[in-house]
Design a protein around this ligand. Structure first.
Ligand code: PLP
Length: 464
């Protein structure tokens, strides 16, 4: 960091008072905390004036990029007019209008929008709704949740219980009981996952197998006890696992057969990330509930939502009935006003079309990296990609824990930032680099990402 007095004060205060999220604070005993001070378009700047390409849209959030005055103005206008009103028995216009807008985009009968402050709260809300709905409709034992291995669904105790990452959970056990894991759709590791039964060369067969594991889990737990299955359209943790063809159609059949609610956790995949308003639309399925957040405001204010099928609200429309659940800041007027302005820009600037028109170019630019010996797999959809790193491409041998520390977090993560690319190295499954740039990016940004990755990954391989 530049040794100016202001920077020194910021560093001191950051180190003494700010508790960062998911951060090894020990790292900052001898190093500066990176401080990001400004954003414009697809770029961010740190307090030293260095520029970085925002290859992760913040955290899968900044769909329209940084520095959009229209969104800042929408927030200011709303704050001046009505800064706060909760959605507890009262409504306010921007929440009503955004609910109407979101419902108009959501598939089929997904017409009821319950706002939250973020994604984890949306996941909590969906689980509570599933339990409450079945209690009111004569199946009071249905309460359990099935989700997929390595999937991330949030940090609150219910959402964390649904999360399939044991290392994230162990410090907080016991969590909310009654959640169970089934395999994800990691086609690159199909042989290991299926015990050699399938090798991933027949995607339909692998998808059928993976979906059928949900039916097996429901049978094992007892269909009368299972309320919901939570799945992302493209699973993020583990490095972008798209669904094999037919996967979600088979999951839909299973959910219908066992009367289990299908929850599409679209906290990342909604609002253009996959070139559609909702990921479910991209893959042609209609869930019972969608959870979303992040891109709904492009990050100019915090907001999340649970979108439910009409039939799930019906029991709550009876006299005296109530879904006894809510958040003070869920559907905050400033956030919903920003959400409306955000979706208006999506239409004006044809953001979904832009992603669909450019996703092929993004894919083929990243696939150029497959010539590097350390790049095992490049996978994803839309503007959402994971690059899996391997020690040996032929055997698909992955890194040891020591190599993850030294190569992934040492060389790759630090190297990318030093070379001007902000993105994420992740070892929650096998080691991956995750890319999810703002949806306004074009070929020049794709090339920049590829060039930085090529330099850094090449150097990293030499250290293996
Ligand atoms: N669900 C999914 C699929 C997510 O990716 C996330 C966050 O990244 C969450 C839930 C939790 O969202 P939040 O951090 O807004 O609580």
């Amino acid at each position: 960091m530049e040794p100016t007095a202001a920077n020194a004060d910021l560093q001191r205060a950051a180190k003494d008072h700010l508790w960062l999220h998911f951060t090894r604070h020990g790292v900052y005993r001898d190093h500066d905390v990176p401080v990001i001070v400004k954003g414009e378009g697809a770029y961010i700047w740190d307090s030293n004036g260095r520029r970085y390409l925002d290859g992760l849209a913040g955290l899968f959030v900044s769909q329209l990029g940084h520095g959009r005055t229209e969104l800042a103005d929408a927030a200011a206008k709303q704050a001046k007019e009505l800064a706060f009103m909760p959605l507890w028995s009262y409504a306010h216009p921007s929440a009503i209008e955004l609910a109407d807008k979101v419902a108009s985009h959501a598939p089929g009968g997904l017409n009821r929008v319950f706002f939250t402050s973020g994604g984890g709260e949306a996941v909590e809300t969906a689980w509570k709704l599933a339990k409450n709905y079945f209690k009111l409709t004569g199946k009071p034992m249905k309460h359990k949740v099935i989700s997929r291995t390595i999937a991330y669904h949030g940090t609150t105790q219910g959402a964390l219980s649904i999360t399939g990452l044991p290392l994230l959970k162990q410090q907080f056990e016991p969590l909310v009981p009654s959640t169970f894991r089934v395999p994800n759709t990691n086609a690159y590791r199909a042989a290991e996952m299926t015990g050699g039964l399938l090798d991933g060369s027949d995607p339909e067969a692998f998808g059928r197998w993976a979906a059928d594991q949900i039916a097996v889990a429901i049978e094992n737990e007892g269909p009368d006890t299972v309320a919901a299955v939570f799945l992302e359209p493209v699973q993020n943790a583990g490095g972008c696992f798209p669904p094999p063809p037919g996967y979600f159609q088979r999951v839909r059949e299973i959910c219908d057969e066992y009367d289990v609610l299908m929850v599409s956790d679209e906290v990342i995949c909604a609002f253009g990330r996959l070139g559609h308003m909702f990921g479910a639309e991209r893959f042609g399925y209609e869930p019972d509930i969608i959870t979303c957040a992040k891109g709904i405001t492009s990050g100019y204010a915090p907001l999340g939502a649970m979108i439910a099928q009409d039939r799930l609200m019906e029991p709550f429309l009876e006299d005296g009935a109530m879904f006894a659940h809510g958040y003070t800041f869920g559907g905050h007027p400033v956030s919903t006003a920003v959400g409306l302005a955000n979706l208006a820009i999506f239409e004006e600037e044809r953001i979904l079309e832009h992603v669909r028109d450019n996703e092929g170019a993004f894919r083929s630019t990243l696939e150029r990296l497959l010539d590097l010996p350390i790049v095992g797999d490049v996978r994803g959809e839309g503007f959402f990609y994971g690059i899996e790193l391997v020690k040996d491409k032929a055997t698909r041998e992955t890194f040891t824990d020591e190599e993850c520390e030294r190569i992934l977090f040492g060389a790759v993560s630090k190297g990318l930032f030093a070379e001007g690319l902000y993105c994420r190295a992740d070892d929650r499954g096998d080691p991956v680099v995750q890319l999810a740039p703002p949806l306004i990016c074009d070929q020049s940004h794709f090339d920049e990402m590829e060039q930085v990755l090529r330099v850094v990954l090449d150097k990293a391989y030499a250290l293996l």
